[in-house]
Design a binder for this molecule. Structure first.
Ligand code: COA
Length: 324
């Protein structure tokens, strides 16, 4: 019998430093009213200069392991989804494996799918567990996105924040992840990107020009349409009706995008986990951070049906339906 991959622990971590909309008013030509009305964001957390993505990931991972009642040496797979790794190599997952004292010899690798990164990582870990290649996986979304923001560009710097979210996934014969759907369409690269990197434009990267660029209103429209489609795809694949879903845990980019997806599901907003007001868009960390918040405050309970979805640079998008 094929096991499910079930979430047995969740953890989150946010850097201590908070940047409010009022703080941003002193940095760029913006207002609290504009940011609140257009995005729903009130504040975001920003990592200290000496705080790295791996630091954030480690804190979230330790909390998830503690909830699962697992020791690091029981972990036989680590996947870190991040757009902002500590180094070019080793991967953040390898750095984390050593830090945690996790099972050496077990696979550890990073996944890059920007804001969809955690859902991609969950989909990959699910396949490891279902095929018997892993029994206890740590899946993490962690970002120091503040490092790739242009703090003089009001159209992007107000939107993002730093943080990490983690889950422990274990083989379980009763319930767990029912489906994951992962997608990409590279033709939209020009709408959302960091245009310089290691193999291309390295001089400009070193000159500090490797920052996020986005054509926001175009991204907005495509995100709303795509997330609507993925809701249908996820429900149909599982033979589920909208009303079967107990909780929507969406990517936290913009409250207006979240509202549109909730409407598509005919879901009242008290069944939708919203953290965008408190965290901003933490890219790959956003879904697991939101999930952890709602598990720890007692909203999401064991055996409830959860739909996670995300959309991000690439474009990439994806969903997971799971029984918690
Ligand atoms: N403060 C004040 N004004 C701002 C501003 C800010 N921080 N940022 C942009 N503006 C201005 C623009 O310059 C524009 O002015 P203009 O009409 O004089 O040209 C006006 O506000 C409207 O800009 P627009 O981009 O059309 O606003 P919008 O309603 O589309 O909201 C976003 C902008 C970015 C909030 C919205 O498009 C969005 O959320 N996009 C998707 C973002 C996303 O999900 N990205 C990540 C994918 S994971």
């Amino acid at each position: 019998m094929t096991p499910y991959a079930r979430i047995t622990g969740t953890g989150g971590y946010l850097p201590t430093r908070v940047l409010s909309n009022h703080d941003l008013e002193r940095m760029v030509d913006t207002t609290d009213e504009w940011i609140t009305e257009r995005t729903g964001i009130k504040k975001r957390h920003i990592a200290e200069p000496d705080e790295s993505t791996c630091d954030l990931a480690e804190a979230a991972a330790r909390r998830a392991l503690e909830m699962a009642g697992r020791r690091p040496d029981e972990v036989d797979l680590i996947i870190v989804a991040t757009t902002t790794p500590d180094r070019i190599f080793p991967s953040t997952a390898c750095l984390l494996q050593a830090r945690l004292g996790a099972n050496t010899g077990a696979p550890a690798f990073d996944i890059q799918a920007v804001c969809t990164g955690f859902v991609y990582a969950l989909g990959v870990a699910d396949k490891f567990i279902r095929t018997g290649s892993a029994r206890c996986a740590l899946v993490i979304g962690a970002e120091t996105f503040s490092r790739i923001l242009d703090w003089t560009d009001r159209t992007t710097c107000v939107l993002f924040g730093d943080g990490a979210g983690a889950v422990v996934l274990e083989a379980d014969y009763e319930a767990g992840i029912l489906s994951t759907h992962l997608h990409a369409d590279g033709r939209y690269e020009s709408l959302l990107n960091v245009p310089y990197g290691i193999s291309e434009g390295q001089d400009r990267l070193i000159a500090g020009e490797g920052k996020v660029r986005m054509r926001g209103s175009e991204v907005f429209k495509i995100a709303v349409n795509t997330l609507g489609r993925i809701v249908d795809e996820s429900l149909t694949a599982n033979g589920l009706d909208k009303s079967d879903i107990d909780w929507l845990v969406p990517h936290q980019a913009n409250i207006r995008i979240i509202n549109a997806t909730a409407r598509k599901l005919s879901m009242p907003m008290d069944r939708v986990v919203v953290t965008v007001d408190q965290h901003g868009n933490t890219s790959a960390a956003s879904v697991p951070l939101a999930f952890d918040v709602a598990v720890r405050d007692g909203r999401i309970r064991r055996d409830e049906l959860v739909l996670m979805e995300a959309f991000g640079g690439g474009f990439t998008w994806g969903s997971a339906v799971l029984r918690f």
